[in-house]
Design a protein around this ligand. Structure first.
Ligand SMILES: Nc1ncnc2c1ncn2[C@@H]1O[C@H](COP(=O)(O)OP(=O)(O)OP(=O)(O)O)[C@@H](O)[C@H]1O
Ligand SMILES: Nc1ncnc2c1ncn2[C@@H]1O[C@H](COP(=O)(O)OP(=O)(O)OP(=O)(O)O)[C@@H](O)[C@H]1O
Ligand SMILES: [Mg+2]
Ligand SMILES: [Mg+2]
Lengths: 256, 256
């Protein structure tokens, strides 16, 4: 039983990549094998798992536009049971290249269908946009996990994103649901974080995960060593909160 | 003598909008009139200056695609001498609509040409992408201000962005230069910030502004009150650093 979760929010810098890497690693310790698909031309998830930029590396871009099978592009990571479908900067051209293909929104969904039997969870890290790349991820996914930084601009965009998800569910992917809204970079010293948390809980109720991710500099340090937090500093608050999130996600999906 | 500066970085959440609003307000106190163009479909600069979402408000989208003149779409803000060309979510469709127009990269440059004589500085807040919207802003601009958060993923994307600027300068806009690289959310308590600052200064030398913006929660609070920091808390470190940045930008442009 494989579940594909898109990690998406058009607001930039809210913790999408940090969540993809660290939720992925935590899930791998509980329920492997797990796949992360880096679907952002910035390729931050690829770099954050220790893969240096390499123009010769074949990526999800080749899986979309060449005869290569996505299965052949999947690579191991430094984490036991965690696999990666890497990205690279050519993906930035995908939006215009996809626009000309028939059934363009379904391209990723079609191409990753064979992968679904091999992995318990597939996480798709999305770029900060609502373009054709992100749309492809939302059509390929069973659910969406929405990281929201505990700040004003991030809060502003949530209801618009949920509107977009409803539209996509109606027109392209009837099974699409909300995995949950995840509070990130929560700083209990500031009123702002508490205010945003209260607003989100009031508006979106139990769609907000019980688990929240505190602001923790170790999470920002880990990617420069090419490691998820579970390898870099497994006892810090950041690592504990992503482990707790993984358990909540597994519980949520077992209840169906 | 009017200078148009694009505030751009494809990395999300690095402080583009916060810089557009607060550098704009600081410049307005020294050298008004100043115009901010909100060129992001998220319309964060519009919200951060106190304009609630309003589907009937005419925006930069109408200036691009209808007969409306950009001059007629400019509106006053709560700050003396600071004006705004607002955005709204229809702009998200602009990338595909622009793709079909001849001379598509020059559309914004052509449409804002009449505004250049009316304002001493024009700041363009860009979305987190290197798509046709951002390309339009880079073609319309005299220079680019690149905010870089003092963290690993933000550092990763800077050289790629500078490569893109060189390409644009060669093919679309020969006058495009780098206004400067701005360190944002600098937290002197962490090694990470100091490491990123040192890396940037080593790699990019005097292209890095002397002024840096410290992490200061007042900057994150101000937009929820619809005010720039100069009205919300003019004595805080965030306000002081943006005033200092404005002076550095004016000095840099007077030296030519
Ligand atoms: N809980 C946290 N505590 C401290 N720093 C964090 C936390 N989560 C993420 N960060 C840092 O904040 C920055 C933004 O996070 P990240 O890059 O994961 O966001 P994103 O949504 O993927 O950004 P983009 O929109 O560019 O894809 C990164 O430098 C990351 O290391
Ligand atoms: N110096 C600072 N100190 C504290 N918080 C800050 C600072 N600068 C920006 N912020 C906050 O960090 C978040 C990201 O900043 P901002 O939205 O300006 O980035 P952006 O690059 O415009 O994002 P996007 O890529 O989505 O357009 C916002 O919530 C903002 O209020
Ligand atoms: Mg990311
Ligand atoms: Mg912004």
């Amino acid at each position: 039983m494989s579940i594909t979760i898109a990690i998406a929010n058009q607001k930039g810098g809210v913790g999408k990549t940090t969540t993809a890497i660290n939720l992925g690693a935590a899930l791998a310790s509980l329920n492997s094998p797990i796949l992360i698909i880096d679907f952002d031309p910035q390729a931050n998830a690829t770099a954050g798992l220790g893969f240096a930029k390499d123009p010769l590396r074949r990526s999800v871009y080749h899986g979309l536009f060449s005869e290569a099978q996505m299965e052949d592009l999947v690579t191991k990571t430094p984490v036991e049971g965690l696999f990666l479908l890497p990205s690279e900067k050519n993906l930035v051209g995908a939006t215009l290249e996809l626009a000309e293909k028939p059934g363009r929104e379904q391209t990723l969904a079609r191409k990753i269908a064979p992968l679904r039997d091999r992995f318990n969870f597939i996480l798709i890290d999305c770029p900060p946009s609502l373009d054709l790349l992100t749309l492809n991820a939302l059509v390929a996914a069973d659910s969406v996990l929405v990281p929201v930084q505990c700040e004003y601009f991030a809060l502003e965009g949530v209801s618009e994103l949920l509107d977009t998800l409803i539209r996509i569910r109606r027109s392209h992917n009837s099974r699409l649901s909300v995995e949950g809204i995840l509070l990130t970079m929560y700083d209990e010293r500031t009123n702002l974080s508490q205010q945003v948390r209260d607003d989100l809980r009031d508006f979106f109720g139990d769609q907000v995960f019980d688990t929240f991710i505190p602001r923790n500099v170790r999470l920002a340090e880990a990617p420069s060593y090419g490691k998820p937090i579970s390898l870099y500093d497994p006892l810090c608050r950041g690592a504990q909160s992503y482990l707790q999130l993984a358990k909540e996600v597994i519980r949520h999906d077992q209840e169906g």
